[in-house]
Design a protein around this ligand. Sequence first.
Ligand SMILES: Cc1cc2nc3c(=O)[nH]c(=O)nc-3n(C[C@H](O)[C@H](O)[C@H](O)COP(=O)(O)OP(=O)(O)OC[C@H]3O[C@@H](n4cnc5c(N)ncnc54)[C@H](O)[C@@H]3O)c2cc1C
Length: 374
Amino acid sequence: MANVAVIGAGHAGVEAAFALAKAGVSVTLFSDEAVAPYFRPRLIAVAFGQTAATAIAIKPATAYEQAGITLKHEAVTQLDVSAKVVNGQAYDGIILAQGARPFLPKFNGVGAGRVKTLWSMEDAAKLQALSKPGATLTIIGGGVLGLEAALRAASAGLQVTVVELAPALLGGVLGNNAEAVLRAALEAKGIALKIGVSVAEIDEAVVQLTDGTSVPAEIVLCSAGARPNATLATNAGLLAEDGVRTNPDLSVAAGVYAAGDLARPTKQRPVCAVMRAMKMGALAANNLLSELAGNPGVAWKDPRLPLFMKVDDVEFHTLGDVRATDVIEERIDDGSDARVWKSVLKRGDSVVGLRWIGTRAGFADWEKQLPPQA
Ligand SMILES: Cc1cc2nc3c(=O)[nH]c(=O)nc-3n(C[C@H](O)[C@H](O)[C@H](O)COP(=O)(O)OP(=O)(O)OC[C@H]3O[C@@H](n4cnc5c(N)ncnc54)[C@H](O)[C@@H]3O)c2cc1C
């Protein structure tokens, strides 16, 4: 029986481990976290006390042993790619799935050291301990993670400010009109928005902004994106610039594959997304199985990923070419509800993108009209 090491027990690693175990491979799944693998996006709900840490496991604790997977809570510190040795043990194959880590810019000020990030269960526990009703929280970064954290914190009774350096939230994917609807929804929840302004310095209880104003901040959460967790791979001699560069079939060497937030099979920078990580984990496992059987693998194709969020009645859903500038935006709802916006983006007669705020009604029908992913 072949034996395979999967390094990293996030969405990609767990998917790969179960696919390999199902095919009869002996799998060792390495995790440097103390808890069972969990659904990472749910960390925000854990951090603000809306769900228990024990409620977000990807699989029941018994599922690993039942599938024949050895889940080892042990950080991998030694990796020899050509000999396929992990922490001193030789394997027939290796899957690298170490994910990403949060990007923390260097901040000025006496409070710079108290800035928190939210990427692991440990981070969520630290935030949870601080997040008491009435506490002031400043979130640096108006992306999906920052906005979901803002809404969940506001609903837990915190006083929340979001600071976004760019002129628009969510990297500008909503366009001006839809973004105005979203901003109103956030403000209606008591969230203060400071957009197009940067952090000058972080003091003991406030964040000073570059426009000369300051915002109250007993807690500061930085949500400024993530970077592939590539140190182990780089130290092992693999090419890693903004992610571990793979061949089209996700292999990086004979019998060694990379998947999830860590992997960069195309020129595009990796996007952190659960669906992408899971699909990559499954493909890496299947291609490794093919290789072990002497067959060629299948090339990775980037899926079209939606950008969406829903917290209570605040939601947005986007898909397709929402960053394109050569498109015409057509609003398709009747404008009777100020909390709702639905628009399609067209290039010529073709629908190439969707922007929905305040509802998802009808989104799936329009999704079918988008051309297949190139
Ligand atoms: C708060 C939050 C909210 C998010 N919300 C969304 C969302 O709404 N939708 C969405 O699609 N995506 C979301 N994401 C992104 C998504 O969670 C990631 O894209 C996804 O988890 C990537 O899966 P992965 O398996 O590649 O990496 P991860 O899930 O990060 O797993 C990698 C694992 O490897 C471990 N590891 C690293 N190095 C080693 C080592 N040397 N030895 C052993 N173990 C190691 C890490 O500790 C980690 O447990 C969110 C992420 C966060 C943090």
